[in-house]
Design a protein around this ligand. Structure first.
Ligand SMILES: C[S@@+](CC[C@H](N)C(=O)[O-])C[C@H]1O[C@@H](n2cnc3c(N)ncnc32)[C@H](O)[C@@H]1O
Length: 394
């Protein structure tokens, strides 16, 4: 069974119950005024933005994890890519003179602790706007604080898979630059309470958005051995998935990440030096429960209609399952190739929506300072002037 399209069940909180059934935003229908969509301009009325973000804050579970820090990866390179410049001007803190002072609308789809957002803001003019997304209530509370200090920032607590609907609800139909720094942040991993770590104890949760959805523990209670094994194989590339799945299903409860990691360790027949045997299984359950690959596919597809001609896409990924998807998406939409799946003798070529796809990795200096940057790849491309046709986005 292929699991790519199999989405984990979402348990909505009371604040989500009026979600617009025709969209995937989870924004209550009442917030998405039809006049704001019909009269969509690129400028969003500030009050409407604030109402939207406030309504979405109800029911959030905000954990204080301020003792954990996140070092933004490929920081200068990514911000330069989103802004469409080769390199950023050399700047000292608070130095406005050496800022690019660009106008326009930009999106940071994964705010985290705002490392990329803050550098982006330092290069933007007063009339620019930065829309930030995150699923994580704690990241969102940091973003809201930044928004209260900088009126150019607007916050959306939702998945970046809702990109075009969420922006349309704010009256924004196109943007100048779009970035995502995929995966989880250091505070999410380092805070054992979030359940992502096999090194620190906590409940087996692993949800990025703790305000809704099913935790891994809840899912493990009811999943069958075969589906669990398929998840471990498909999202963790774990070759011993069946044996590990059986061992996990024999556990009496899923209250401790350290216990779960120990069971996987004992069941794993082939340990690799320098790598915890639960690494791939934990990655798999995390990717599955947060629908990470499905969200990335949806986000990439929506980058085509939302980016202006000349607009920039920049995406950082940390594992091959994601990087492969981004690479293939940019290849499909930048080469003007014939579609592989058409049997017609001469099917029409795919439109060239992107030009200049490029990949950058971290420097040695960055990886020695921040080991988590080791597996990062930044892929970027520029939107061409080819008009978007609805059937061609996948
Ligand atoms: C690697 S961190 C980003 C760090 C950020 N660039 C910084 O400098 O602080 C990834 C963030 O993306 C968020 N995230 C992951 N998938 C998401 C999705 N589908 N929609 C919205 N946010 C997501 C996570 O909750 C996490 O906060």
């Amino acid at each position: 069974m292929s699991l790519s399209k199999y989405k984990p069940k979402s348990k909505l909180t009371s604040s989500d119950t009026k979600a617009n059934p025709s969209s995937t935003t989870g924004i209550p229908e009442s917030m998405v005024s039809s006049s704001s969509i019909k009269n969509a301009s690129t400028k969003a009325p500030a009050q409407q933005l604030d109402q939207t973000t406030q309504a979405l804050s109800q029911g959030d579970t905000v954990v204080d994890d301020s003792s954990f820090v996140h070092d933004a990866v490929l920081l200068q390179e990514t911000v330069a890519a989103v802004l469409g410049v080769k390199a950023l001007p050399k700047q000292t803190e608070g130095d406005v003179q050496n800022s690019l002072q660009l106008s326009g609308i930009y999106v940071d789809a994964t705010f985290g602790r705002g490392g990329h957002s803050r550098l982006l803001l330092s290069q933007l003019a007063d009339d620019a706007q930065l829309i930030v997304f995150d699923k994580d209530p704690t990241a969102i509370s940091v973003a809201r604080k930044l928004a209260s200090e900088d009126s150019r920032v607007h916050v959306i607590h939702d998945s970046f898979a809702t990109l075009t609907d969420s922006l349309a609800a704010m009256g924004i139909m196109e943007v100048d630059g779009l970035m995502a720094d995929l995966g989880i942040s250091s505070p999410q991993i380092d805070d054992g309470r979030r359940g992502f770590s096999f090194m620190r104890d906590g409940a087996v949760d692993m949800r990025m958005d703790t305000s809704r959805g099913q935790s891994v523990a809840e899912w493990l209670e009811q999943v069958d051995d075969e589906t669990l094994a398929n998840v471990l194989y498909e999202f963790g590339e774990e070759r011993h998935s069946r044996r590990i799945a059986r061992a996990i299903k024999q556990m009496h409860s899923y209250e401790s990440t350290l216990e779960l990691a120990e069971v996987i360790k004992v069941a794993h027949p082939n340990w690799q030096r320098g790598k915890h045997p639960a690494t791939q299984s934990f990655q798999a359950m995390r990717i599955f429960i947060n629908n990470e690959l499905g969200d990335v596919d949806d986000f990439l597809a929506q980058s085509i209609p939302i980016l202006k001609t000349g607009g920039q896409l920049a995406v950082i990924s940390f594992h091959s399952l994601e990087d492969r998807r981004i690479k293939q998406f940019l290849q499909r939409h930048s080469k003007g190739q014939y579609p592989e799946d058409e049997n017609l003798p001469m099917p029409p070529k795919r439109p060239r929506y992107f030009s200049k796809p490029k990949r950058i990795g971290p420097s040695k200096a960055e990886t020695s300072q921040n080991p988590r940057a080791r597996s990062a790849w930044l892929r970027m491309a520029t939107r061409t002037d080819t008009a978007y046709q609805q059937t061609d986005a996948s």
